[in-house]
Design a protein. Sequence first.
Length: 116
Amino acid sequence: MYGILVGILILDSVILAVAVLLQAGQGGGLASMGGGAGTDTIMGGRQATTLLTKVTWWTAGIFLFLALVLTFMSQSATQVRSVLEGQGQNPTPVAPTPLPIETQPTAPPPPSNRRP
């Protein structure tokens, strides 16, 4: 299923790229925005919707939807799970180990008063 959706996403991205590249540019771009040349395109009326514009919007929407679905599918497959998850057994208790018997500290030997 994941592979089929990836294939559809790739096909959709190719169609989207072709639709965007076939559209006629509006001219000017960022260069005309500095002066007053771009205001009539920004404030102007709506343009007629062409077939390429509809194809661009539909393929962009499909691309975003498929990308979102594939993201959720890949996250659920790589989700970190606990090793203890799904084990119905309770661990057996470990018997406490007795501590070693503490010994009384021995007093240091008395200093010898011998002279050489």
